[in-house]
Design a protein around this ligand. Structure first.
Ligand SMILES: [Zn+2]
Length: 215
């Protein structure tokens, strides 16, 4: 049943080597290790869950989804994300949402990879995705260096569709500086949503840590 979620049978989804499952034993071990070490992080009162380090094969998967437009990957990524989430959690928040992209930006790319991930997670959990947030386009943001990003992300989001204040699971593709997570928290808590959990595929890690963990 699991293998049917993945695009190619007998090929590891992560490293592309031959295996008799959707993920080879090396990648499985690496992910288990990473998720134990870095899979859950608390920021203020909120839990952030990470599935993979933003690194090597995991970075390629995200790149292929985002720029290679290989949206078929999202299904397998969603599965790994849920699996990681339930290792640390037994309860699922009531609403399922995602980090939005500016409308122009999304039009340019043709899709928002975080929404696609949320939709696939929704399919697996039998839950609708809620378009809770919107984002203003800020062309500068996409060309900026990390130092400027924090400033530009501030005030870029707003509530699209306020409703009953439920707990929310927010899906995102990758966390680099954390500016987007902070802005998402700011907007949602300002609008009365104070039970937030993040589920993020990739987490940017320091190079020296990666060398210690994965050498
Ligand atoms: Zn593998």
């Amino acid at each position: 049943m699991l293998n049917s979620l993945f695009q190619k049978k007998n090929i590891c989804f992560i490293c592309k080597l031959h295996t008799n499952s959707y993920i080879c034993s090396n990648c499985k071990r690496e992910l288990d290790f990473y998720q134990k070490l870095r899979g859950k992080f608390s920021y203020k009162n909120f839990d952030l869950h990470f599935t993979t380090p933003y690194y090597q094969n995991y970075k390629n998967i995200l790149w292929n989804l985002k720029f290679g437009k290989d949206t078929g990957l999202a299904k397998s990524m969603a599965y790994l994300m849920i699996e990681a989430f339930f290792k640390k959690n037994s309860k699922l928040p009531e609403l399922l949402s995602y980090v939005p992209m500016g409308i122009l930006r999304e039009k340019q790319r043709g899709f928002n990879q975080s929404k696609i991930l949320a939709d696939e997670i929704g399919k697996l959990l039998n839950k609708e995705t809620s378009d809770l947030l919107k984002r203003k386009d800020n062309i500068k943001l996409y060309q900026s260096k990390i130092i400027d990003r924090n400033k530009l992300v501030n005030n870029s989001m707003y509530i699209n569709n306020p409703g009953e204040k439920k707990s929310v699971l927010i899906v995102d593709d990758v966390m680099t500086t954390g500016a987007t997570v902070r802005e998402t928290i700011r907007v949602l808590t300002a609008n009365g949503y104070d039970e937030l959990t993040f589920l993020i595929f990739g987490r940017q890690e320091k190079k020296e840590n990666l060398e210690i963990w994965f050498s």
